[in-house]
Every structure is written in structure tokens, then in C-alpha cells.
Design a protein around this ligand. Structure first.
Ligand code: FAD
Ligand code: DHB
Length: 396
């Protein structure tokens, strides 16, 4: 069915074949609702993007429900805690003891691959490399999408449109400007990330605050590590040789970790800017925004992908309620319900970013506040519980 050009009508048209669009597609298909996914890029391109790595239990549950959890259950790693380090000192936040919960380390690339395979098995289409996507009549009872596919202009009629097309998609911009409110904070630094075919330096992630800037030691599996450094926004990947990266990472993490760090040639290197952003509302008529199309978090709390999954949870429930029970309550309250959780994850990601990074404009007072906050965290079970509860993911 992939590649077919005579698709003219579906129940839910999904714009974007990233994690949000694919997960929504699978949950709806399994609930008996017909979907068509259109994606601007090729499948290979989507699968080559190295992004998030930490899944909340709610995200894990949704992947299983979507019929795409088998490999994750086999190959993912449960993490019951994480380390916070300040210069050469470190302490552990024990998620399991404090909250009873944990997270799963499993790469976004793998998760996306599993969702594409589940989609293939369902026989429903993903149209790749579509161009000039335009949303029409979203505030009417008969919305449709126009786009160019394989050189031909197409029209896809539908009941609903799910805008899962990421931060740079077309969906959000289709909501009239006078109805859309945007909230934004841009941070004055980025994250330089590398993927390295070497064993991770630690059994759990290390979030490191250091006077030279933040560093994060993460992983994908026992032979594949993911590391990040806070860098000035104007830095480019070309400025950072592998050697410079490893030297800088060693300086920012505790000595014991630095000494046992195994280095190698990086297999991916990229810089991502940091931003907090929310668009309200997340529904306009029959158009819903879902995932990065509606909001961005700085990556410090590992929330971006998980937030996309919780939007999908609310939206899939709302649409299934409509088709199965002829009840539109979930549709009418989608924006409000999703945004309540989005803002809490925004708060946590902003808090973690502020806690662990060096800001160019920081005063001595600000630095002392950061230090006091970290000392408080180290000594207080209550503070650690609040961090752990947010990190493992607030309930849907
Ligand atoms: P996306 O993954 O962006 O998917 C949207 C899809 O829509 C894309 O495939 C895009 O090609 C497609 N699309 C766009 N426009 C159109 C159009 N007009 N028509 C059709 N299709 C379109 N989160 C973390 O938690 N940890 C991280 O380390 C982390 N690192 C990141 C690094 C980068 C560089 C970026 C950009 C994000 C990162 N994130 C991270 C965030 C996380 O990856 C996202 O929150 C997650 O991908 C959101 O999924 P999504 O499906 O909403 O959006
Ligand atoms: C990863 C990314 C994050 O932003 C984070 O907080 C934890 C892990 C990762 O890519 O592994």
C-alpha cells in the first residue's frame, strides 16, 4: 500500500511521520480508525535522526499498546536512578526507592523504526517526500489536506487532521494568528552531542554541573554511548574535533568517571539549540496539534519525546471515544487536558536547565542560588522525590 497515489479519503489524516504521528497512527488503526500519514522526508532520513534516549513508563506502555513494544522490551534498559554531579562530587537520585518507578533507555531511532515496522504490518500507508502541504477548512465539518506527491497534486479529505509535523511543520501556522498564543524562552547556549561506539562511562546517566558548563553522559546500549556538552550558540560542529570533545567532557565530569572514560571515533556529532516553547490552543476546529508541533522543551529533563507520547495518549483516547461512542467530550477538552501536562513538563525542563547550566549573564548571587539548590537536593529526600517524580514522568 505504501506509495499508492489514489488515497482520497481517510478518517484521520496525520501530518508528520515522526514518533508522534506514527504512534497516533498505530493506536488509531488498532482501535479500528482509518488513518493516512504524510511525511515530508524519506523514511531513511527520519530514521537517521539521533535524538532522545529516555522513555517514561507511560511512553513504554503506549508503545506496547501500539503493538510496537516487543524489541524495546527485549533490548531497552531499565534505569532505577540517575547521578547528579557537581564538579568532582556526585550523588544519586534513586527513582525506585523514592517513587517506585523507573525509566527505560531506548533510542528514539529504534522506537521510530519499530513504529514504522508496525505500520508496515498494518498495511496502511505512509506517503513519504510529500511537498507543499496545505491544510484547508479545518474549522469546518469537512477538512482536507492538499499536497504534492510523486509530482502530482493530491487532495485528501478527512474527518480530522492531526498536526504531528514537529516544530517546523505547517500545522501550527494554519491556526489563525489572532487565535494562537505563543510562549517562548530561548536559551543562550546549545548542546553538542556525539554518539560513540564505546562502552558507557557509567551504569546510569550522569547529569554534571560544572563551572565550564553542563555535561551529560548517556547511552544507548553496552557498546554505544551518547554524550553531550553545553556549548556557546555560535559554536559549529566543525570546531569540535573528537579529541576536543573528549578532553572537554573529562574536565566537566567527576575525576573517577573521567579516568575510566573510554573514548573512540564519534559516529554522529550535532549541535541542538535549547528552547522552551508552548503554543495555545492545541486544537482549532478539527485540527489537533500534537508533540513538537505544539511545544518544545530544552532536553535537560529528557521530556521532548515523552511529551509527544502523552499528547498522543489524550488525542487517541479522544478520537476513539468519538468513533466508538459518538462522544466528543475528549475532543472538546483535548487542548486543555494536554496543555495541563505540557506546562508541568515545561516547568521541569526549565528547572533542570536552570539548575545545571552556566548562563552567560549569571551573577554571583545566581551562582550561589544554584549551589544552594544542588546542596538542598543532595541532602533532602523530599527534594529528590520531587525531581524523581517528574523525571520518571507525571501520570497521564
Ligand atoms: P518530530 O520528531 O520532529 O517529527 C515530525 C515529523 O514531521 C518529521 O519527521 C518531519 O520531517 C515531519 N514534517 C515536518 N513538516 C512536515 C510537513 N509540512 N508535511 C509533512 N511532514 C512534515 N528530546 C529528548 O527528550 N532528548 C533529546 O536528546 C533530544 N534531542 C533532540 C535533538 C534535536 C536535534 C531535536 C530537533 C529534538 C530533540 N529532542 C530530544 C526532542 C525529541 O526528539 C522530540 O520531542 C520528538 O522528536 C517529538 O516528536 P514529534 O513526532 O512531535 O516531532
Ligand atoms: C538523552 C538526552 C537527554 O536530553 C536526556 O536528558 C537524557 C538522555 C539521550 O540522548 O540519551
Amino acid at each position: 500500500m505504501n506509495g499508492s497515489t489514489d488515497i482520497r479519503r481517510t478518517q484521520v489524516a496525520i501530518i508528520g511521520g515522526g514518533p508522534a504521528g506514527l504512534l497516533l497512527g498505530q493506536l488509531l488503526e488498532r482501535g479500528g480508525v482509518d488513518t493516512v500519514i504524510i511525511e515530508r522526508r524519506s523514511r531513511e532520513y527520519v530514521l537517521s535522526r539521533i535524538r532522545a534516549g529516555v522513555l517514561e513508563a507511560g511512553t513504554v506502555g503506549l508503545l506496547r499498546e501500539a503493538g510496537a513494544g516487543e524489541r524495546m522490551d527485549r533490548e531497552g534498559f531499565e534505569h532505577e536512578g540517575t547521578y547528579l554531579a557537581v564538579a568532582n562530587r556526585g550523588f544519586r537520585i534513586d527513582f525506585k526507592r523514592l517513587t517506585g518507578g523507573s525509566v527505560t533507555v531506548y533510542g528514539q531511532t529504534e522506537l521510530t523504526r519499530d513504529l514504522y515496522e508496525a505500520r508496515d504490518a498494518s498495511g496502511r500507508p505512509v506517503l513519504h517526500e510529500v511537498e507543499q502541504v496545505r491544510i484547508h477548512d479545518a474549522d469546518s465539518a469537512s477538512p482536507w489536506i492538499g499536497f504534492n506527491y510523486q509530482g502530482r497534486q493530491q487532495r485528501l479529505d478527512c474527518d480530522y487532521i492531526a498536526g504531528c509535523d514537529g516544530f517546523h511543520g505547517v500545522s501550527r501556522g494554519s491556526i489563525p494568528a489572532e487565535l494562537l498564543r505563543e510562549f517562548e524562552r530561548v536559551y543562550p547556549f546549545g548542546w553538542l552531542g556525539i554518539l560513540s561506539p564505546t562502552p558507557p562511562v557509567s551504569d546510569e546517566l550522569i547529569y554534571a554541573s560544572h563551572e565550564r558548563g553542563f555535561a551529560l553522559c548517556s547511552m544507548r546500549n553496552p557498546r554505544l554511548s551518547r554524550y553531550y556538552l553545553q556549548v556557546p550558540l555560535q559554536d559549529s560542529v566543525e570546531q569540535w574535533s573528537d579529541r576536543a570533545f573528549w578532553d572537554e567532557l573529562r574536565r566537566r565530569i567527576p575525576h573517577a568517571a573521567a579516568e575510566s572514560l573510554v573514548t573512540g571515533e564519534s559516529i554522529e556529532k550535532s549541535i541542538a539549540p535549547l528552547r522552551s516553547y508552548v503554543a495555545e490552543p492545541m486544537r482549532w476546529g478539527r485540527l489537533f496539534l500534537c508533540g513538537d508541533a505544539a511545544h518544545i522543551v530544552p532536553p535537560t529533563g529528557a521530556k521532548g519525546l515523552n511529551l509527544a507520547a502523552s499528547d498522543v495518549y489524550y488525542l487517541s483516547r479522544a478520537l476513539l471515544q468519538h468513533y466508538r461512542e459518538n462522544d466528543d467530550h475528549g475532543i472538546e477538552t483535548y487542548s486543555e487536558t494536554a496543555l495541563a501536562r505540557v506546562w508541568k513538563a515545561e516547568r521541569f525542563s526549565w528547572y533542570m536547565t536552570r539548575l545545571l547550566h552556566r548562563f552567560p549573564e549569571q551573577s554571583e548571587f545566581d551562582l550561589r542560588m544554584q549551589e544552594a539548590e544542588l546542596n538542598y537536593l543532595e541532602s533532602s529526600a523530599a527534594a529528590q522525590t520531587a525531581l524523581a517524580e517528574n523525571y520518571i514522568g507525571l501520570p497521564f
